[in-house]
Design a protein around this ligand. Structure first.
Ligand SMILES: Cc1c2[nH]c(c1CCC(=O)O)Cc1[nH]c(c(CCC(=O)O)c1C)Cc1[nH]c(c(CCC(=O)O)c1C)Cc1[nH]c(c(C)c1CCC(=O)O)C2
Length: 354
């Protein structure tokens, strides 16, 4: 087990933040998507005490869960313990999580359902999230760990809102886009503004960089991808840059495939997070010199651990050496991952030598 992130006198000495601002570091800074999660025994202990929404909306719990992987492994990044679906909930859509099924929301179907959403209540309903960030920022101020805020990107959030949860074929959201583009555009417009405001509030509370998760970006045909993935992300990034010019924005257009380069170019995100299926060497020529790359080790390698994981991690870091690279997975940590494998990965990346 690794010592917690070491204290450091100079809060500017945050390797992850500097990397997100375009610098190359060796070895690369590291954090893992879903690093606070069910693979950790200390996470399961809290999970037994409170349901998911309570954990997200009780600052003490959100702070503790955010810090668990930092205390155990000394990650360079602490991602706020929360969820992308806190925004629909804050807009007024009911939300609960069911064991074995995931999130459940009353699906948006009719014009009245859309009209019932109210962005005016988001700030008040997300107050506990900002409280957690304020406390985390204080706790991490004298460490080398960077605090990351996040939100879902409008397209992915709209999928859950319209489908009422996860989906295999996204038929309802596609139908809405095709049959009621006016209504769908209004929803996306609302989500763009609400997401930019919420992320701006996270930054004001102490988040040092923010990430937009577009987990279902890859289901869209190219023109829809441009309109509903690239354009909303470009606008959120622009709104954030007006208010917080130096705060990095990470974008994750999961399964974006050949559209990933266009996404990086046209959204202007500071760092593009690559999913497992993407070859970084195919994307690099499409990025501007200071645009960073995050990712993209296969979570299945982490699940299995040992030499195949270590070799792949070394090769990935070596491939991206000399440019802004944040070491991460291509998607979240599996809940079945042995804790020792995470320690082994952190050690493998930390011990990369000159
Ligand atoms: C699509 C999506 C969601 N949430 C998120 C995404 C985008 C990333 C991705 O594609 O995975 C993002 C998310 N969700 C969570 C975080 C916290 C920070 C972290 O990464 O550690 C983050 C960044 C906590 C969580 N969000 C959830 C859990 C597990 C629930 C629990 O512990 O009770 C955690 C730790 C629940 C969740 N939340 C969501 C689903 C579909 C589920 C159910 C699936 C599951 O149970 O793993 C929506």
């Amino acid at each position: 087990m690794k010592a917690p992130s070491p204290p450091c006198a100079d809060p500017a000495n945050k390797k992850l933040l500097a990397t997100l601002q375009g610098k190359a570091h060796w070895p690369p800074p590291l954090w893992l998507m879903r690093q606070a999660g069910r693979y950790l025994p200390e996470f399961k202990a809290i999970r037994a005490k409170a349901d998911f929404m309570t954990r997200c909306l009780t600052p003490d719990m959100a702070v503790e869960l955010t810090l668990q992987p930092i205390k155990r492994y000394g990650m360079d990044g602490a991602i706020l313990f929360s969820d992308i679906l806190i925004l629909p909930w804050a807009l007024g859509q009911d939300l609960h999580f069911e064991e074995g099924r995931g999130p459940v929301l009353p699906p948006l179907r009719h014009e009245e359902d859309f009209r019932a959403l109210d962005p005016a209540r988001v700030a008040e309903r997300t107050a506990p999230v900002r409280e957690a960030i304020t406390r985390l920022a204080r706790e991490l101020a004298t460490t080398t760990t960077t605090l990351l805020g996040f939100a879902g990107a409008p397209f992915t959030v709209s999928c859950y809102m319209i489908e009422g949860g996860g989906s295999r074929d996204f038929a309802a959201v596609r139908r809405m886009m095709i049959k009621r583009p006016d209504l769908y555009a209004q929803l996306i417009e609302m989500l763009i503004n609400a997401t930019a405001d919420m992320l701006s509030e996270q930054i004001n509370a102490g988040a040092q960089a923010v990430m937009l998760f577009d987990s279902w970006a890859g289901i869209l045909p190219p023109n829809d991808f441009r309109r509903w993935v690239i354009e909303p992300t470009r606008r959120i990034r622009a709104l954030l840059k007006q208010r917080h010019p130096t705060v990095p924005v990470i974008g994750f257009p999961r399964l974006g495939g050949v559209m990933t380069g266009e996404y990086a170019q046209n959204t202007g995100v500071d760092t593009v997070s690559l999913d497992t299926s993407t070859d970084p060497l195919k994307i690099l020529p499409l990025l501007s010199p200071h645009q960073g790359v995050q990712g993209n080790l296969d979570p299945q390698l982490l699940l299995n651990g040992g030499a195949p994981m270590v070799k792949a991690a070394q090769a990935l870091a070596e491939t991206l050496r000399g440019r802004s690279h944040v070491f991460n997975l291509g998607h979240g940590v599996s809940q079945f991952t042995p804790v020792e494998h995470v320690a082994e990965l952190v050690e493998a990346v930390r011990s990369l030598s000159a």
